[in-house]
Design a binder for this molecule. Structure first.
Ligand code: 4H3
Length: 228
C-alpha cells in the first residue's frame, strides 16, 4: 500500500490528524500518500450532499450520487484498491485485517455522517464494511483515523526503527510486557531488578514471561485464539 484516500464532509479532521508523528514522517519520506476528498465537491445540483430519509424518521442521509461520484473519481486514480465504509455494522477490525490491507491494497475510506449513507452506494461501490468496535460515533472520521494510523505503521520504514512493531502486542499474539523508565524509584515503587541487571538473555526471558502473564490475566481470549 502507498495511497490512502478518505472521503468525508469534514476532511479537515483527517488532515489535522495525519500531520503528527510517524504519519507525518512517513508522508515526508514519501513512504505513504494520504489524501482527503471533500464530499461537498461532489454535491448535487442544489449544492447538497444529504437529504431526508425515505420512509421518514429523524436526521439526514448522505445521498448515493455524490458518494458514487467521489469514489469513482478516486478509483480512477488507482490501479488496485480496497474501498471500505466504516460503520457499526461492519466486520470488527483486527490486526490481521490491518496487516493484510497494508500489504496488498491502496485504501479508499468512506467516512459517513448524520444517520449514515444511502444503502445503494454501499451495494455499488464498497468492497468491505468495517467497524472499529461496538459503539456509535457521530461520524466515520475518527474511525478513519484509527484505520489510517494502524495501517500506515505497517508500511516498511514508517516507524523509526523497524522492529519497534515486531516486538509489539498482537504481532506475536501476546500483549506487551510492562515498560519502565527513569527514575529507579517512583513513590516507593522500584523498577524490577532484572531490568537493571544488564543481562540481556535474562531480560528477554522475563519480558516473554510477563507478556504471557499479562495476556492470560487481561485477555485470555487471545491465548485461546493462538491455540485454535
Ligand atoms: C463507524 C462509524 C461507529 C463506527 C460510525 C465504528 C456515522 C457511520 C453514521 C458513522 C454512519 C451513522 N460509528 N464502530 N458512525 O467503527 O455513516 O452511524
Amino acid at each position: 500500500m502507498r495511497h490512502i484516500y478518505v472521503i468525508s464532509v469534514f476532511p479537515e479532521l483527517i488532515r489535522d490528524f495525519i500531520n503528527y508523528g510517524v504519519l507525518k514522517k512517513g508522508q515526508d519520506k514519501s513512504l505513504i500518500n494520504i489524501e482527503t476528498i471533500n464530499l461537498r465537491d461532489f454535491s448535487d445540483k442544489n449544492g447538497y450532499v444529504d437529504d431526508k430519509p425515505y420512509g421518514g424518521g429523524a436526521g439526514m442521509v448522505l445521498q448515493a450520487q455524490p458518494l458514487i461520484d467521489a469514489t469513482r473519481y478516486v478509483k480512477s486514480k488507482l490501479k488496485n484498491y480496497k474501498c471500505i465504509y466504516l460503520s457499526p455494522k461492519g466486520k470488527k477490525v483486527n490486526q490481521e485485517m490491518i496487516v493484510k490491507t497494508a500489504n496488498n491494497d491502496n485504501l479508499i475510506i468512506i467516512a459517513g455522517r448524520y444517520e449514515g449513507v444511502d444503502q445503494r452506494f454501499i451495494d455499488l461501490e464498497v468492497d468491505e464494511e468495517w467497524s472499529i468496535g461496538d459503539y456509535i460515533l457521530s461520524g466515520g472520521e475518527v474511525a478513519a483515523c484509527v484505520i489510517i494510523d494502524a495501517v500506515a505503521r505497517m508500511i516498511p520504514g514508517v516507524l523509526g526503527h523497524e522492529d519497534s512493531n515486531k516486538e509489539e502486542s498482537f504481532t506475536n499474539g501476546y500483549l506487551e510486557y510492562p515498560h519502565y523508565t527513569r527514575p529507579e524509584k517512583v513513590e516507593g515503587k522500584n523498577v524490577p531488578k532484572v531490568l537493571l541487571s544488564g543481562n540481556h538473555e535474562e531480560i528477554r526471558v522475563w519480558r516473554e514471561k510477563q507478556a504471557m502473564l499479562v495476556t492470560n490475566n487481561k485477555r485470555s481470549d487471545l491465548i485461546k485464539k493462538k491455540l485454535s
